[in-house]
Design a protein around this ligand. Structure first.
Ligand code: DOR
Ligand code: ZN
Length: 379
């Protein structure tokens, strides 16, 4: 457990967390285990892109994760079952040799999605969910939905076919404060949706606030949530640490320290409604370091290690496996992975970036020290 120090801040063993001002240094905490074994994890929220970027990033996820829920926000969007099947084939074609990785595909919900398409998606072995982007909320969301009323027949079909709805939960009215958009969406759209479609399984994706964590914890087991590494490790000060930090910009945007603490509590207490979803979202460096930089943080190369930091910080490493490897599979009604991985206690520096020049991609927590290293598979 983190403990409150004399100034009321939380104590930590990690110098990088200390540098960010989240924690204090004088903690005497129990030693960390040298070796952790867990079922191979899955990533329940991932952006793999397409073309050259796809080839670059897929290996970073497949090195650790057995499966991933792949977001459909390509341009044009992956809106039909046929497009999702093609995209799955393109992903599988670039998985490095000797690695087993299954992409779990999603459809992009648009004003054109039909109940028949939902039936086709359900019958397809590769499609596992439908993603709702409010129009204009984030990267490639211009084909997203403007209101849910017209989509009632589609949502009813999803309820009937038991196909989960994954939600980017942010309001989009231009006057809504960027830090309030998740709460406004939760109150005005998501809570009524969950109430109206009482059989629909819903994942509140990449939650960022104490309000969202409480809503999911209090909802029935048909409502789940993914939590990203950045929302567990950083608060909004990280966007402005000594200057503007485009590589800490993602959507939903980082929130207050109290929100971060609520997310950490939700992730680490063993509640099956919360599961790992990195939202790893690569953008070439020059598109982030720009006058109007893209939203998205590329965490795949250090993903499991980042979550291990959070659970180590909380003395909750014994609950990492549930969050990373069991809760999501159970929610999606897929078998848990039989393979097992090893994490080794060893200080190591994460990579700064992947690739060279302006097309390189900066990696989350660039160059910082992690205390667990991925140690391969248990043979
Ligand atoms: O920061 C984000 N990046 N949030 C999203 O919702 C989308 C993602 C992306 O695709 O780049
Ligand atoms: Zn995403």
């Amino acid at each position: 457990m983190l403990r409150a120090g004399p100034t009321g801040k939380l104590q930590s063993r990690n110098p990088d967390a200390l540098r960010l001002g989240l924690f204090e240094s004088d903690a005497v905490l129990s030693p960390l285990p040298d070796r952790l074994e867990l079922s191979r994890p899955d990533d329940w929220h991932l952006h793999l892109r397409d073309g050259a970027m796809l080839e670059r990033v897929v290996g970073a996820t497949a090195r650790v994760f057995a499966r991933a829920i792949v977001m459909p926000n390509l341009d044009p969007p992956v809106a039909t079952t046929a497009q999702a099947e093609d995209y799955a084939a393109r992903i599988s074609a670039v998985v490095p040799d000797g690695v087993a990785f299954t992409p779990l595909m999603t459809l992009y919900l648009t004003g054109e999605t039909s109940p028949e398409e939902i039936a086709r998606a359900t019958a397809s072995p590769v499609v596992h969910a439908v993603k709702l982007y409010p129009k204009g909320a984030t990267t490639n969301s211009s084909a997203g939905v403007e209101g849910l009323d017209a989509l009632a027949p589609v949502l009813e079909a999803m309820e009937r076919h038991d196909l989960p709805l994954l939600v980017h939960g942010e309001s989009t009215a231009p006057g809504d404060d960027v830090f309030d958009r998740e709460r406004i969406f939760l109150e005005g759209t998501l809570a009524p949706l969950v109430e109206r479609y009482e059989g629909l399984r819903v994942v509140f994706e990449h939650i960022t606030t104490a309000d969202a964590a409480a809503f999911v914890a209090e909802s029935s087991s048909r409502v789940g949530a993914t939590i990203t590494p950045q929302h567990l490790l950083l608060n909004r000060n990280a966007i402005f640490e000594g200057g503007i930090r485009p590589h800490h910009y993602c959507l939903p945007i980082l929130k207050r320290e109290g929100d971060r603490e609520a997310l950490v509590a939700a992730a680490t207490r063993g509640d099956p409604s919360f599961f790992l979803g990195t939202d790893s979202a690569p953008h070439a460096r020059h598109t982030k370091e720009a006058p109007c930089g893209c939203a998205g943080i590329y965490s795949a190369p250090v993903a499991i290690e980042s979550y291990a930091e959070v659970f180590a910080e909380e003395d909750a490493l014994q609950r990492l496996e549930g969050f990373a490897s069991h809760h999501g599979a159970d929610f999606y009604r897929l078998p848990r992975n039989e393979e097992r991985i090893v994490l080794l206690r060893e200080d190591w520096q994460g990579p700064e970036s992947e690739g060279e020049g302006p097309e390189s991609v900066e990696v989350f927590w660039a160059g910082r020290t992690f205390r667990y290293r991925f140690g391969g598979f248990v043979r």
